[in-house]
Design a protein around this ligand. Structure first.
Ligand code: CAA
Length: 258
């Protein structure tokens, strides 16, 4: 891919997407988010890709929405353009598993982008925060909604109201990230997590992601009914038969993603 802000590398069934804007803090400009959305949507439709890793630079996963652009923004402009809505929708609509590999700053939109990802692997020096309050802003891409669901009310309130970041260790303890590793290992560990996902059946991966994401959208009864229906649906797949037969025959399954 030749886009300036986003690069793509293939690792078998895993794609590594890197935010690589000229400013290594990766401000999430409209151009960057448009490129990212297009890259992720293309991978979502690519039959060879079963999991995606999203990373930034060693200095920053991303330091948030573009403050330069927001400095001159008016209310009318923000509302008329539905600022941040469309570009971010392309990322949050992704159906395939998305693993964030976070090094350095994940602030504002950077933290919100990490929270859109299904799994977050953090470097030991990563910092997660919602500093929008310091700019006279409410978080605009999930900080008031995904953060409390991830870390609970008290810590989310503290982060959103104070604007102060938390460390990778605090992020691990609060459930915001699944692993903390040495900064230099973050991308490799995230790739290996993604490889462990990508060996499974694609339609089942899509169903597991959708059902798990449902837990944040609905009541327990409705979520359980959705899960039961997804579970029953698996019996229409060759891969379900192959997975169960391979277990009984003590061999590795060969999924054909049907
Ligand atoms: N948008 C645009 N430019 C940014 C930026 C951002 N989010 N973050 C940093 N930059 C720019 C700086 O203006 C600076 O530009 P110049 O070199 O042209 O002056 C350059 O990147 C380097 O930044 P610093 O000199 O500040 O670097 P530092 O190492 O001293 O500090 C930092 C790093 C702590 C990340 C600091 O840059 C910072 O606090 N950035 C802003 C973080 C922030 O407030 N994010 C929230 C944005 S609002 C948002 O995201 C809304 C939403 O919900 C979607």
């Amino acid at each position: 891919m030749s886009d300036a802000n986003v690069t793509l590398q293939r690792h078998g069934a895993v794609a590594l997407v890197t935010l690589a804007s000229q400013n290594t803090l990766n401000p999430l400009t409209s151009a960057l988010m448009t490129e990212l959305g297009a890259a992720l949507q293309a991978l979502d439709h690519d039959s060879e890709t079963r999991a995606i890793v999203l990373t930034g630079s060693p200095r920053a996963f991303a330091a948030g929405a573009d403050i330069q652009a927001m400095a001159g923004m008016t209310y009318a402009h923000a509302v008329q353009d539905n600022y941040l809505a469309a570009e971010w929708q392309a990322v949050s609509a992704l159906r395939k598993p998305l693993v964030a590999a976070v090094r350095g700053y994940a602030l504002g939109g950077g933290c919100e982008l990490a929270m859109i990802c299904d799994i977050v692997v953090a470097g030991e020096n990563a910092l997660f925060g919602q500093p929008e309050i310091k700019l006279g802003l409410v978080p605009g891409a999930g900080g008031t909604q995904r953060l409390p669901r991830a870390v609970g009310k008290s810590l989310a309130m503290e982060m959103n109201l104070s604007g102060e970041p938390i460390t990778a260790t605090q992020a691990l303890a609060s459930g915001l990230v699944s692993r903390v590793v040495a900064d230099e290992d973050v991308v490799d560990v995230a790739l290996s997590v993604a490889q462990s996902i990508a060996r499974h059946s694609l339609p089942v991966l899509l169903a597991v992601k959708a059902a798990t994401a449902r837990a944040f959208e609905t009541s327990l009864a409705e979520g359980l009914a959705y899960e039961r229906s997804a579970f029953h649906g698996c019996f229409a797949l060759n891969d379900q038969r192959e997975g169960c037969e391979a277990f009984l025959e003590r061999r590795v399954p060969h999924f054909d993603h049907r």
